[in-house]
Design a protein around this ligand. Structure first.
Ligand SMILES: Nc1nc2c(c(=O)[nH]1)N[C@H]1C(S)=C(S)[C@@H](COP(=O)(O)O)O[C@H]1N2
Ligand SMILES: [Mo]
Length: 258
């Protein structure tokens, strides 16, 4: 059996609710809920793990898709997630993947290429040096994993929006999809791809990404849960065909953002 970092056997605790406070607050502000959110409702909005009988799995899957649309409608492209001072950056960051840290296979930065496909005008692959010459941006943000833990991390890299402009992406397309060296497919909505706090990260805490955290390139977004941030990215595709993702095909919410 695959080791799940999202341990469905564990019951969620108060810290899970805590890590989703920004989402809850934003829903409250928009008058969609009053006085907080039940754990059940939260589960449906975020695809957070809870104990659930196998029988309701299909229903939950359908519900989580419906909620992807609701969540996408709630997304405000101009709203910024909270940022923090550099002094709060956790060093080293916390590791997570669908396997243990000892099983990480480092990627060779020299032979690594970023493939580009789909609705773009330039499909030329990118080297690490190519990416380093694009304008960079930094952000210190909170990483929230559905397991119920979080940490503040400092990331720098190329805004995905800048990259998409450089490859001549059709930004009217619905999705941006990612492939990774460890076979962890992932995808996001175009509105989040163009958000200013969505980076193709090359550095953590002012240093080149360490192997366990996605060297040479990983996606880092301030507005989505941890599992939506693929590490060791090898390919980007702009598409109108729903691409899904590793945890999404196992019942987790696809949008998973605020
Ligand atoms: N390629 C890849 N990316 C991944 C994962 C993975 O297993 N493989 N796990 C995700 C999950 S569940 C989390 S919480 C974060 C952890 O990122 P970190 O190790 O930088 O904290 O990476 C995400 N990106
Ligand atoms: Mo996660």
């Amino acid at each position: 059996m695959i080791r799940s970092p999202h341990r469905p056997e564990d019951a969620p605790d108060a810290s899970v609710l805590d890590t989703h406070r920004p989402l809850i607050r934003s829903l409250e502000r928009r008058g969609l809920i009053r006085g907080g959110l039940s754990l059940g409702a939260l589960v449906m909005l975020t695809g957070c793990d809870v104990k659930r009988p196998e029988a309701v799995e299909q229903a939950l899957l359908a519900m989580s898709r419906f909620n992807d649309r609701v969540q996408a409608l709630l997304f405000n492209p101009n709203q910024l997630a909270p940022t923090y001072p550099d002094s709060k950056i956790l060093r080293p960051p916390k590791f997570n993947a669908y396997y243990d840290v000892t099983q990480v296979k480092p990627v060779d930065g020299n032979s690594w290429r970023l493939e580009v496909s789909g609705l773009v005008s330039n499909r030329r692959p990118w080297t690490l040096t190519d990416l380093q010459t694009l304008p960079q941006r930094s952000m210190v943000i909170k990483h929230i994993c559905v397991e119920g833990w979080s940490y503040i991390g400092g990331w720098s890299g190329v805004p995905l929006k800048t990259f998409l402009e450089h490859v001549g992406a059709d930004t009217r397309a619905k999705y941006v999809a990612f492939k990774t060296a460890d076979n962890y497919p992932s995808s996001i909505d175009m509105a989040t791809a163009l958000h200013p706090q969505t980076l193709l990260a090359l550095d953590y805490g002012g240093q080149t990404l360490a192997d366990p955290f996605g060297f040479p390139l990983r996606l880092r977004m301030a507005t989505k849960l941890g599992y939506k941030n693929p590490k060791w990215v090898t390919a980007i595709e702009v598409t109108n065909t729903y691409p899904g993702g590793y945890w999404e095909s196992r019942g987790f919410s696809w949008f998973a953002g605020i």
